[in-house]
Every structure is written in C-alpha cells, then in structure tokens.
Design a protein around this ligand. Structure first.
Ligand SMILES: Cc1cc2nc3c(=O)[nH]c(=O)nc-3n(C[C@H](O)[C@H](O)[C@H](O)COP(=O)(O)O)c2cc1C
Length: 216
C-alpha cells in the first residue's frame, strides 16, 4: 500500500494473510467536480496533440482526469460519467506511468497497481508514447457483456470506449492538457505485458500530459 505522501495512509483490502496478495491500492484525491471551462469553449478547444512535456500531472489532476474518464457520478448506483451499453461498465482504464502501471477502480476512486514497471513505450507504436507521462489503455472485459452476441460485444465495447475517450478530450481541453486517442497499438504485446486474460480486449489507448511549451 502506498499514498501520495501528503494524502495519509489508507488501508484497503488488507485483512491478514487471506488478502496478502491483493495488489497495492492508492486512493486518489477526491475529484474536483466543480468549475472547469464552459462546455462550448471546451468543445472549441478540443484537439489531438502528439508532443508532450515530460512533467507528470499532479495527483489532483490525475484524479480529476480519471473521474472525467470513467468515474462514478451517481453514488447511489455507481454509474459513471460515460454511458455504457446496458450499463455493463465493461471498460477498464489502465494507467501506464513512469512509476508503474495501474488500473483505475471507479467505485473506490483508487488506482490498483498491476505492474511495478514503466511500460509506456508498449502502449503504442508511435515514439511519443514513451515520453507522454500518462498513457491510458482502454480494456474491455467481455465477461461483463452477458447475453449478447460477439458482434455486439465488439460494437458496444468500441462505442463505450469512444465516450470515455471524448470525456478525456474535453477534460484535457478544460484543464490545459494535451491528449491524443490512439488505435495504433501492438495489442498482442501490450496484452501480454498487462497480463490480460482471454476475455480482455484492448480497444484504444490515449496519451495525456502537458503540451510542450509554445505548442498546444
Ligand atoms: C478511433 C481513433 C483512433 C485513432 N488512432 C490514432 C493513432 O493511432 N495515432 C494518432 O496519432 N492519432 C490517432 N487518432 C487521432 C486522429 O488522428 C485525430 O483525431 C484526427 O487526426 C483529427 O484530429 P483532431 O483530434 O485534432 O480533431 C485516432 C482517433 C480515433 C478517433
């Protein structure tokens, strides 16, 4: 278990030996869900950027980014900022950063560490992905898409990912961050690195960071 230094210690999922192997969890700061840029202005600003400053976003920005992407916006039901077909909530957001690789847990608004190492370079085939401080990887868990056809699993996991990616685009526009959604991924290599199972499919990735000075 770890914290952000200033956040304090939060014990999660540790109940003696039974859960000793449970992955390390990092509670994110409470997301700031007020303010931001007016929506029409954010839509005007939305664009793709492929050059990133190496500066990592601070924990509050990471928290707000992930909440915008797929956080819980109705605590009574656990439903999210992005819609999902039949409320399957099948897209997991993996977060590849310099200090390791995590999976966003919307219900607890926490990061679960899945790998202790930097696999940013494996999240896409373009050179800039290794420098972007945050690479989100959108992974569909087909086991959650019950009572449907394989065709609909493909269709809806792709559309549901699109909503998340657009939420990220709009948050980035509002927060002055740079981003680009990406389909150019060696999915087999990345799935192996992430330790994904047979029911998990990488749909897209999205790089996020600050723009290089003088660029947007
Ligand atoms: C499904 C999808 C896949 C994309 N894949 C890539 C990619 O692999 N690499 C990349 O640099 N941009 C990728 N893009 C970004 C597009 O190139 C970009 O949105 C387009 O050029 C329009 O630019 P704009 O986003 O600034 O409007 C992708 C966009 C979408 C929607």
């Amino acid at each position: 278990m770890r914290d952000w230094g200033w956040l304090g210690i939060l014990m999660m999922g540790i109940a003696g030996g039974v859960f000793a192997q449970e992955a390390e969890m990092t509670k994110l700061p409470i997301p700031q869900t007020e303010g931001g840029m007016p929506l029409m202005q954010a839509l005007k600003q939305r664009h793709s950027t492929r050059e990133f400053s190496p500066q990592a976003p601070p924990p509050q920005v990471l928290s707000d980014l992930l909440w915008a992407a797929a956080g819980v916006n109705r605590s009574a039901t656990g439903q999210r900022t992005a819609p999902t077909a039949r409320d399957w909530r099948e897209i997991d957001v993996y977060v590849a950063m310099a200090d390791g690789t995590y999976r966003f847990e919307p219900d607890s608004h926490a990061l679960r560490r899945v790998l202790p190492r930097d696999i940013r370079a494996l999240t896409g085939t373009q050179d800039f992905v290794a420098q972007a401080p945050v690479n989100l990887v959108y992974v569909a868990n087909l086991d959650r898409m019950r009572d449907t056809t394989a065709e609909h699993q493909h269709l809806y996991s792709a559309t549901d990912t699109g909503f998340i990616a657009q939420n990220v685009y709009l948050y980035c526009a509002s927060a002055g961050l740079a981003t680009v959604v990406r389909g150019s991924i060696d999915r087999e290599t990345l799935a192996t690195a992430l330790g994904l199972g047979p029911s998990q499919r990488i749909i897209l990735a999205q790089s996020v960071g600050y723009p290089l000075v003088g660029r947007r």
